[in-house]
Design a protein around this ligand. Structure first.
Ligand SMILES: Cc1cc2nc3c(=O)[nH]c(=O)nc-3n(C[C@H](O)[C@H](O)[C@H](O)COP(=O)(O)OP(=O)(O)OC[C@H]3O[C@@H](n4cnc5c(N)ncnc54)[C@H](O)[C@@H]3O)c2cc1C
Length: 431
């Protein structure tokens, strides 16, 4: 073997090789770029086309986004949540004050998902950092190899000092790790819950006024629940959840490829919505710019978030129901904690030997919190859908949503939103 070939085998393409250019992978890349850690993102899709509907960003994620200089754009293009109106069928229960700024310094912002994704893509360095059309099919982390390798379906190979799997709920890397450690059962750890999301992002609703800006809606129907989040210009991001006949859905697919507006209207079209001009939700659905339907999965077992020089991040490690809008926020927390540990490592040592220990530390710091949020999200889903033992669901839901004062909500949510990790190296730069 020539010495040039040997050198290439020893020297990685980058320090941090990230599989998956979704919200978590791009957030990690954006932080790495700011704190001078080299990274490359391998993303299977060939281009970043507008996809999905909206996303809510909570205080626990906004602190680091602020630090990264992205908060101004989120404020400009997103909508701050002020309050939530709660209805049961057509009966108005109450308007809950949901302005979190006095409690957590940041509110909740709803923003078009694609726009936020694009912001992160730019912050990560765009095509200098992200390799599009790069579908990873294998990962090799051998103890006698100086680098970790990711192999693509077209035969290309990329190497890093470590690899971060941010490849989403059906993580290929997670399956490879399970296979390598002989845990065949761990390969498929998500289960279809029998529920389906239908989600969309609308044009501006011209008939609404300034006073409607920032007002969300929780609508509890007897057979489904529907939430609309206010977005900029009185656009609405809606997300409905309904139990479906499991045999009507292919459980291996997350997206109902043939969903049309009629599919959504068949379920929700005739239902009440306070923002619809004539009260029927189809008036809002028919103004959708984009819509998507996806099966809701739950996690059966949480994998450990590191193995050797490979770490799992975001949905690849801890997918959760979307009821409390925390999946991406947790991926952002993961990225922040991991970047801090990597910064400390790379600035104190050039040895790659300690990387497994650094990643173990990351796993220790993140696993309990992510699992607690996933468990909370699952429990909250039961209250939200009034699905509690002994038929107590409707009463408990009514007590919590109908009567619990806003301060009780905020006080309870301190553990979730009061934790606001930030990038240590950027804090130091400011001092
Ligand atoms: C309807 C709905 C509403 C939601 N609302 C919210 C919300 O309001 N707030 C919130 O915080 N979260 C929300 N979530 C959850 C949130 O979308 C996810 O938790 C978040 O996107 C996870 O980010 P990720 O980077 O881990 O995975 P993803 O964003 O799924 O990204 C994974 C990426 O990996 C790529 N990839 C996959 N396999 C490979 C491969 N083999 N090679 C290369 N690339 C690969 C994919 O193409 C994708 O780009 C919602 C989810 C749903 C379904």
């Amino acid at each position: 073997m020539s010495s040039a070939t040997q050198e290439k085998q020893r020297k990685p393409d980058t320090q941090v090789l990230i599989v998956g250019g979704g919200l978590g992978g791009l957030m990690l890349a954006a932080i790495c770029r700011r704190i001078n850690i080299s990274c490359k993102v391998l993303e299977r899709t060939a281009e970043l086309t507008p996809a999905g509907a909206g996303i809510s960003l909570a205080p626990n994620a906004l602190r680091v986004l602020d630090q990264m200089g992205l908060y101004g754009a989120i404020q400009e293009h997103g909508q701050k949540l002020r309050s939530i109106k709660i209805h049961h069928n057509t009966t108005f229960w109450r308007e809950l004050d949901f302005n979190m700024e006095p409690w957590f310094k940041y509110p909740v912002y709803s923003i078009e998902r694609h726009l936020f994704h694009h912001m992160l893509y730019e912050a990560a360095g765009g095509d200098e950092t992200v390799v599009l059309g790069a579908k990873v099919v294998d990962v090799l982390d051998k103890t006698d190899d100086a680098v970790v390798r990711a192999r693509l379906d077209d035969g290309r190979e990329f190497t890093g000092e470590l690899l971060v799997a941010a490849d989403g709920i059906r993580s290929v890397v997670r399956r490879i790790l399970a296979r390598n450690s002989g845990m065949e059962n761990a390969a498929n750890t998500i289960r279809f819950t029998g529920r389906v999301h239908m989600s969309g992002y609308t044009q501006p609703l011209e008939h609404l006024s300034q006073s409607d800006l920032g007002v969300g809606n929780w609508l509890f129907f007897d057979d489904s629940v529907l939430t609309t989040w206010p977005c900029i210009e009185n656009r609405q991001w809606y997300i409905g959840v309904k139990v479906v006949d499991p045999s009507s859905v292919r459980s291996d697919r997350s997206v109902w490829e043939n969903t049309t507006l009629d599919t959504i209207n068949d379920v929700y079209g005739k239902k009440f919505h306070p923002f619809a001009e004539h009260g029927r939700f189809e008036e809002i659905v028919n103004k959708s710019e984009r819509f998507v339907a996806s099966n809701v999965f739950s996690e059966l077992s949480f994998p450990t978030m590191s193995s050797g020089r490979v770490a799992l991040l975001g949905d690849a490690a801890h997918s959760m129901t979307s009821f409390f809008g925390q999946g991406a926020c947790q991926a952002i927390e993961d990225a922040t904690i991991l970047a801090n540990l990597l910064h400390r490592h790379f600035h104190s040592s050039s040895s790659t030997k300690n990387i497994p220990d650094v990643l173990k530390k990351y796993a220790r710091e993140r696993e309990d919190r992510a699992k607690a949020v996933a468990d909370f999200s699952a429990s909250y889903a039961k209250i939200h859908t009034a699905n509690l033992p002994l038929g107590t669901g409707p009463l408990i839901r009514k007590l919590i949503y109908g009567y619990a004062p806003a301060w009780v909500w905020m006080w309870y949510l301190k553990w979730l939103y009061g934790y606001q990790p930030s990038v240590d190296a950027l804090d130091k730069k400011r001092q």
